[in-house]
Design a protein around this ligand. Structure first.
Ligand SMILES: [Zn+2]
Length: 463
């Protein structure tokens, strides 16, 4: 597996792409404009205590006045920094719980949590929490034991997230080790700081992205940022790292590959095709075998196409970051077993997804029903907007209807007109017979196929 990291000039953010056999596996294109500060850790300055509210206002590095409840400050926290009593003007280590809304400032906490993919470590807590979404009792027991061992080792509280149930224990231990190192660095920097300052931001740090994407299967990394090499080596000593000049995504034609994924119709190797349609409420995916084969092998081929489609659909959901309800209409099969096989394939494939995917199984009409959670924008939302020509319906007027309208209008020709210039969309080339039009209009006709909207036409008379 090949990992590409790209930092375009003028951007602070690193984008990442995973490729396997030259095929896109996963993409991260950054968080875009609206930056979230939730989860960010700051050195703040206590501006004022408000006894009536049992709270304090804390000034952050971005100038905002954040709201901190006094009951939120635990003894463990004060002990850790050897603080006897908090005072106005004093520095304080805080994390943003909720971003500011309107003229209400951000809400902050001193109960710091540093989140990884599988766990969150809580340096000022002793509790062990297992995600409620993990239902299997064996998993819960196993993860609880891991949690206890980690609490013992580092003297911290820990939350085990849902995805942890599906990965190896080593990954959990390794992640907590990284998070703990991170925490030590934050605490060290806090002790050194004198003024309000941002100490940690989880979403856009290069380290966060590299850690998230540096899977065990990655054998080679190509980047255009020399600084990445050092970060990569923190996590992996052996992986090949190449630093190139210029745009990495351009070198590997990533834009082209993304365009492929965004297509409505996607061809499958065995001759099938999937058609992806998004409505306001859900995404509907249709699986077709593009050519009908009326033989015994038809059923077998359908089954194979369905399995191929199941894999591709999971890849598309992941890459396009499609959220919400997803309905898939597979090719009809007689054999009930094929449905089971499809379910099995989908269940395996969604493990590659960072986001939670619920599979509800087949409905009465034989449609596969699932739902995918997401927090960030879909690729469609990032790269496309509603078509201004068809207004998102995906359909335009039948050329015959447009030509009928055109004819009616040309019939009302001004008395002295000798020539008419008609502009139409190039699609009309096959529908227009110029000689016939000349006879019909009893005038000289010029047709240009330069009009951009297939629903309309342009007419100009020459006198
Ligand atoms: Zn359109």
């Amino acid at each position: 597996m090949l990992l590409l990291l790209n930092k375009s000039s003028g951007s602070r953010e690193t984008k990442a792409v995973l490729l396997e056999n030259n095929q896109l596996i996963e993409v991260y294109l950054g968080e875009e404009e609206e930056e979230s500060i939730a989860g960010s850790i700051y050195v703040g300055k206590i501006e004022k205590f408000i006894p009536a509210l049992e709270a304090a206002f804390v000034k952050l590095a971005n100038g905002e006045n954040a709201f901190l409840r006094m009951k939120d400050i635990k003894v463990d926290y004060l002990d850790f920094f050897s603080i006897k009593k908090l005072q106005e003007g004093q520095k304080i280590l805080v994390q943003v719980k909720k971003e500011s809304v309107g003229n209400k400032g951000p809400q902050i906490t001193t109960n710091i949590g540093i989140a990884g993919r599988y766990t969150v470590i809580l340096p000022f807590s002793k509790s062990i929490g297992i995600s409620r979404k993990i239902l299997n009792e064996d998993d819960r027991g196993r993860l609880k034991t891991i949690g206890r061992a980690l609490k013992e080792k580092y003297g911290i509280g820990i939350i085990i997230r849902t995805v942890a149930a599906e990965i190896s224990e080593e990954l959990i231990y390794k992640e907590v080790e990284n998070l703990y190192d991170k925490w030590k660095e934050i605490a060290k920097n806090f002790k050194k700081s004198r003024k309000p300052k941002l100490l940690y931001k989880e979403s856009d740090s290069d380290e966060f992205i590299i850690r998230e994407f540096l899977r065990a299967e990655v054998t080679e990394i190509v980047t255009n940022d020399e600084n990445h090499r050092e970060i990569i080596r923190k996590f992996n000593q052996k992986v090949i790292v190449k630093v190139i000049h210029g745009d990495v995504f351009e070198t590997f034609s990533i834009d082209e590959k993304l365009r492929e994924v965004l297509k409505r119709r996607i061809q499958l190797p065995l001759g099938g095709e999937i058609v992806v349609d998004r409505t306001e409420a859900m995404t509907v995916i249709d699986v077709n075998s593009s050519h009908y084969i009326a033989t015994e092998s038809h059923e077998k081929l359908s089954e194979e196409i369905n399995l191929e489609a199941a894999k591709e659909i999971c890849r598309i959901l992941r890459l396009r970051n499609i959220g919400g309800i997803v309905i898939v209409d597979f090719i009809d099969m007689k054999d009930e077993k094929n449905r089971e096989q499809i379910l099995k394939t989908v269940k395996t494939e969604i493990l590659k997804d960072r986001n939670r995917v619920e599979i509800y199984g087949f409905t009465h009409l034989g449609l596969l029903e699932m739902a995918r959670k997401r927090t960030s924008k879909s690729l469609d939302e990032r790269f496309t907007h509603i078509c201004p020509i068809c207004d998102g319906r995906g359909r335009v007027l039948n050329p015959k209807v447009v030509i009928e309208r055109l004819k009616r209008e040309v019939e009302k020709k001004p008395p002295k007109a000798k020539e008419v210039i008609i502009k139409l969309h190039p699609e009309f080339k096959d529908f227009i017979d110029k000689e016939e039009l000349k006879v019909f209009f009893k005038t000289e006709v010029h047709v240009h196929y330069t009009h951009i909207d297939p629903n309309t036409y342009e007419i100009a008379w020459k006198i």
